[in-house]
Design a protein around this ligand. Structure first.
Ligand code: ZN
Length: 305
């Protein structure tokens, strides 16, 4: 496996339509394909990693780049069929939560309608003041499959990006299952782009989260209890992993709920997550309004207009 020149695939808005392109420095080389409004990087990743790398290489040599700062970057996968979250997957976060280290991955669901993109608002809900951040490495499924052996898991993974597993703590914990508290509209910011499998070693990446300019989380994916290959093998035991499915791999210590006293997100805050080699995902926290205008930007495609 190679970990050198990074191939990054971005979904962006040009002329009010989403498009895919290769991001190289401050240039984007558009891919020559028609993209539906709800389609994303899975269109390229589903054919397998060799085909994806070839498509990106072709785009990069075909010329006609556009300036990256002239377009808006969008959620790489606007409508995943599934988003898995993995709880308690860093030892320090297990300790700060006062819970036992799990024997098997503690998997929960996040509803796909929660997806948001880079720069999109994280809505602070009307019904809670306990919204929290969780900076995480996100696996994006490429070819996918069922019953994937752990030693072949990287063939099924299309790439990696950053996600914020935003969590509404009272709704998370007052239910028997976590999914409601993890699935508020706009609470799955993703991006800022995708880095292909083979261009990054997911088992050794520094991860840091800031709220405004205060460093809250600082760890490395080498501290994951269950790594990327193990998670893919485990999840594919019971269902088919499809191109574009997302796996939020878990967050390290330092979440707001574990501080004394707890420090939750408030409108006006900005959460910024940086993972080595994958870029920086930044999202402002904005108060939800009563007019129903606070739906997930990616799910509504509102970010396209
Ligand atoms: Zn999480």
């Amino acid at each position: 496996m190679m970990y050198n020149a990074r191939m990054t695939l971005t979904r962006f808005c040009a002329k009010r339509a989403p498009q895919l392109g290769v991001l190289d420095g401050n240039k984007i080389y558009p891919l020559d394909l028609e993209l539906g409004e709800t389609e994303g990087v899975e269109v390229v990743l589903g054919g397998g990693n060799d085909a994806a790398a070839a498509a990106l290489a072709r785009a990069r040599t075909s010329g006609n780049p556009i300036a990256a700062d002239s377009v808006q970057l969008l959620a790489p996968v606007p409508k995943p069929s599934k988003i898995f979250g993995v709880g308690l997957n860093y030892a320090d976060h297990v300790a700060e939560s006062g819970l036992e280290r799990p024997e098997v991955p503690a998997v929960f669901a996040k509803f796909p309608s929660a997806v948001a993109g880079p720069g999109d608002p994280i809505y602070s809900p009307l019904i809670s003041d306990k919204t929290d951040y969780e900076g995480e490495l996100c696996i994006v499924i490429g070819r996918g499959g069922r019953r994937i052996p752990v030693e072949r898991a990287f063939e099924a993974i299309g790439g990696y990006m950053i996600t914020n597993d935003v969590s509404v703590r009272d709704w998370q914990l007052k239910n028997q299952h976590w999914s409601l508290g993890k699935s508020f509209d706009s609470h799955s910011p993703t991006g800022p782009w995708l880095t292909l499998t083979g261009d990054v070693d997911p088992s050794n990446l520094t991860l840091r989260t800031w709220v405004n300019d205060e460093l809250r989380q600082s760890s490395n994916t080498r501290n994951l209890i269950f790594g990327s290959a193990e998670l893919v093998a485990h999840l594919s035991l019971f269902c088919t992993l499809l191109p574009g499915d997302l796996i939020a791999t878990g967050t390290p210590g330092g979440v707001g709920a574990a501080m004394d006293p707890p420090r939750y997100l408030a409108p006006g805050d900005e959460v910024r997550i940086e993972i080595e080699g994958l870029g920086t995902l930044a999202n402002p926290v904005v108060a939800e309004t009563e007019d129903g205008g606070s739906v997930s930007p990616a799910a509504s495609n509102r970010s396209l207009v």
